[in-house]
Design a protein around this ligand. Sequence first.
Ligand code: PLP
Length: 438
Amino acid sequence: MPERYQISRQLHKLASQVIPGGVSSNNRASWQPHPLFYLRGEGAYVWDVDGHRYIDYVLGRGPLITGHSHPAIIEAIVSQYRQGQFFAGQTELECALAHKIRQLVPGMQMTRFCNSGSEAVHVALRLARSVTGREKIIRFEGHYHGWFDNIAWGFAAPAEHETRHQGILPMSLGQAASDVGNIVSLPWNDADALESALSVHAGEIAAVITEPIMFNSFWSNILPEKGFLSKVRELCDAHQTLLIFDEIQTGFRTSIGGAQSSYGVVPDMSTFAKALGGPVCLGAVTGKQHLMERLSSTQTIHTGTYNAFPPFLAGALAHLEVITQHNAAALTQIHRLSERLYNGLQQLAMQSPLPLQVRCSPGAVTTLFRHSSAKVSDYRTARQQLMQDLTGRWHAALQVQGIRITPEGLWYLSVIHTENDIAQTLEKAARALTELEQ
Ligand code: PLP
């Protein structure tokens, strides 16, 4: 039988000679059986170089909420590219997009643009330190806020916790150990732990940063406990500590105004990327005017050659137009489809002898295999009794069926998926699960 991913395998071999691991982002290396190479994306589908078509639930890891190659968005990008690429100066597009964000995300009055989510977080943290004159940041275990050294901490296994770097492990070797001195890492969904840390470090904490829905780590789609986010807001106010919501996963997906508008909690600053720009590289930090205005001084600096790159802003405006028109009908449709997919996968899980577990937040579904049915509310409980090997095999089995999800089991929905795609997906998922059961 011919090898299924032969051309991809050869290309990966070639790539590995000149690109470490053959990939430009480490999380692409975990693909089964090796990183695949792709040729084309259109609507809800992508094609790999070996000629297989997939219903795509990876969607660039979330950004492509309008699907692949949306004609109006491509047209906006291309037309701005033709008109002029960038000027190291201002364009009306930048102003229009910042006003649009102000209109869509209640309480977020001013915005600075950058090129990725990691950068947006970096700006927010710098701003928080500049405004408060404090250096420490509280973050939550297992939340991901990008890969930059001063925040990529807090991924420890419980057993290792007590021993290294004051109990907080870095995401990577090569991070300066001195950065951990400014990090306080806490379990999520635990208001008492936060209250106590804010008291222990009274007057030292510049900001608390949190994903409003815990999207990253082993068991994504962990929702905040009832009242947790508003308690965090209250505690931050009591300690004159700024609250940053990292809405890079949830922004323009959970709801147009982000999870903050779903949960009715207004942070001081928020970071957006992914579904803010869709097919273009765009990050943004946005926040209350009196905080953001500090960036207009010559003393708190945020720069970047490609910041607010006009063709990308044109693309982002066209992209937001698609998801906000008709009272955000597109987003309502995405939420309906994610519910439908969730229910269908739940049915499969209930009928299967394998411990498949399914979770959902509006617009995204997670599947993984785990022995325990104990409630998951944070990173440590999420790690317990995971069957990562089976989760990887499930990813590979779905891929053979023409269903593309992330290796860790995230399924992102888009405007362009249809009821028919979901029905087909569920049939194929049933086949993949039967195969795993053999
Ligand atoms: N914050 C969150 C919540 C994320 O999920 C991510 C990326 O997945 C980031 C920050 C980093 O964004 P980027 O990959 O664009 O640098």
